[in-house]
Design a binder for this molecule. Structure first.
Ligand SMILES: C[S@@+](CC[C@H](N)C(=O)[O-])C[C@H]1O[C@@H](n2cnc3c(N)ncnc32)[C@H](O)[C@@H]1O
Length: 286
């Protein structure tokens, strides 16, 4: 397996990736809300933001295999100084369609750990748009991502072992305590177990997974854990060391820790235990 984290503007770096060579692209772009990324200024004209996402989507369509998938994470956000909410997932959908993708699911990712608002309802979800190139032919490893049954009825209705995870997912956001533990400065780190689910679901071992807005490299860490190759592009050089450190620690967590069929308590205990173990002794074979 190879892991390639490159510094630069993804629109340029895409040019080095051959047509039809990547099975899965998963990414969370900047949301245009003024996050302090560093080199990238996260408050630009909405048209410019749409152009960035369109340029990226066009390239994603080119590099994906015919059965490939694009997972684009977007959220409703306060728009500039107006304080009105702009549903970025709606814009994302239009951009996907304009660039040849079919929408397979619009996943709602919900979480609790987020700031509270006093003048509107507190935001507690983001969307992940799952776009495919061919609506009749794409990778979907349902058995890899089945989750525990809620009731006996589930078992009767769904057969097999575990139920479909549905299009509503709960994953805690990475909080400041965890970031401190991992020594991460990146402001918007993805929850690793969520990216593990997407990669298991929509790629095969040995495939290549690419993230054009790689940040601290969560998508590449998840690819390594699952035996996929990874390519990441990131504009700001300061995150490269965080990515490298994560590959040498979190990247060693065994895939079994992310077994979807464990209940939430077991999952989070297993993850915290494995994380502490690799942070204490990253060199120990696992
Ligand atoms: C939402 S963050 C991604 C976080 C990532 N999912 C993680 O888990 O760490 C978006 C990232 O895109 C980077 N970025 C912005 N514009 C870019 C561009 N044109 N090419 C590559 N990276 C870019 C920012 O510096 C930022 O780190």
């Amino acid at each position: 397996m190879g892991y390639d984290y490159r510094i630069g503007d993804c629109r340029e770096l895409f040019k080095t990736v051959p047509d039809g060579s990547v099975r899965l692209v998963v990414t969370s772009p900047p949301y245009n809300i003024g996050k302090p990324y560093g080199t990238y200024k996260d408050k630009i004209a909405l048209n410019d933001w749409q152009e960035l996402i369109s340029d990226v989507t066009r390239e994603v369509h080119r590099i994906l295999t015919p059965d490939g998938s694009f997972f684009l994470n977007l959220s409703p956000v306060p728009l500039g100084d107006s304080r009105e909410i702009m549903p970025l997932p709606f814009l994302g959908y239009q951009i996907l369609k304009a660039n040849g993708f079919c929408l397979r699911n619009m996943i709602t990712w919900t979480f609790n750990n987020m700031q509270n608002c006093t003048n509107r309802l507190s935001g507690r979800y983001e969307n992940i748009l799952w776009g495919v190139k061919d609506i009749d032919h794409y990778v979907f490893n349902l058995d890899e991502v089945r989750v525990p049954y809620i009731s006996k009825n589930d078992k009767r209705l769904e057969g097999g072992s575990g139920r479909n995870p549905t299009d509503v997912w709960y994953f805690d956001r990475v909080n400041n305590m965890t970031k401190k533990k991992l020594n991460l400065s990146h402001p918007t780190v993805y929850p690793l177990p969520m990216i593990v689910r997407i990669i298991k679901m929509s790629s095969h071992p040995g495939d290549t997974v690419l993230d054009p807005f790689a940040g601290s490299g969560t998508s590449l860490i998840a690819a390594k854990i699952l035996g996929r190759s990874g390519i990441g592009f990131e504009l700001d050089a300061k995150y490269e060391n965080e990515y490298k450190r994560r590959m040498e620690t979190e990247g060693l967590i065994p895939a079994g820790v992310f077994d979807e069929l464990k209940d939430d308590r077991e999952k989070s205990e297993a993850f915290q235990k494995a994380l502490s173990a690799v942070l204490m002794d990253p060199k120990k074979p696992r």
